[in-house]
Every structure is written in C-alpha cells, then in structure tokens.
Design a protein around this ligand. Sequence first.
Ligand code: HEC
Length: 117
Amino acid sequence: MPMRIAKSIILIAGIALSLPAPVHAQQSQAPNQDQAGSAASPSDIDGETMFATSCGFCHQSGGRAAGRGPKLAGTTRSDDFIADRVRKGKPGAMPAYGSVFSESQIMAIVAYIRALE
Ligand code: HEC
C-alpha cells in the first residue's frame, strides 16, 4: 500500500488507542471487580460504550455497517476469534487492544458484537 495511506492508518490507530484510556482508568479504580478470575461479569461492563469509543471509528454504526473495517453484526467468527483479534489487532489494519482492555472488558465487547443485529 502507498506510504501515505500506511502513515494515516498508523496515525488513526494511535488516536484510537489513546481514547479508551479514561474507561480503563475508571475500571482500575475498582480492582476487586476485575481480577483475573473476573469477579465482574461482562454484563457489568458497558461493551457498547467501549465499542463506540474505541472501535466505532472504523466499524461504523456501532459495528452494524462496514467502514474502514468490516461490518461485525452477524459475524460468523467464534468468540475466541473476535477476542483474539481485539487483543492482537491486525498489523497495518487494526490496532491491538490487549494492553488497553482487561479480559472482562474484551469479553463485554465480544458480547456486545454478538448481540448486534
Ligand atoms: C483503525 C481502524 C480500526 C479500529 C479502531 C478497530 N478496527 Fe477492527 N478491524 C479493522 C480492519 C481494517 C479490519 C479488517 C482486517 C482484515 O483485513 O482482516 C478489522 C477487523 C476486525 C474484526 C474481524 C472481522 C472479521 O470477521 O474478520 C473484528 C472482530 C474487529 N475488527 C473488532 C474490532 C473491535 C472490537 C475494535 C475496538 C476494540 C476494533 N475492531 C477497532 C479496523 C479497525
């Protein structure tokens, strides 16, 4: 791909990565609710808001339509695939969120995508 496009994707990815910080900071103020064993169930976490903040820029209409990224509503991918894509992203296409979101938050985002129609 032309360098100019690659650069703007990196720039956008950087912006997208910087946005979820407040959400994450809020979560970490309640450490008891979000440890590895995930005492907080995904439904306690607002997947829709996280999606709107972090993913909506590329996955339009809350994931219901294609934008820079594909439409996610009605996906035939497994939960594992989606969670893994969110953690690792895709070089040159989508940022990785593994260090931005906790596992519970990633599960909440997967649940949000599953519930899309
Ligand atoms: C900078 C734009 C961008 C952002 C931000 C972004 N994505 Fe993506 N996403 C993409 C692109 C582009 C693809 C397609 C990559 C490919 O070629 O497989 C993709 C693919 C995916 C896929 C796989 C779809 C499939 O079936 O192949 C999932 C799931 C996904 N994104 C979820 C998310 C979630 C959840 C977030 C927020 C935490 C997010 N994305 C943020 C651009 C983005």
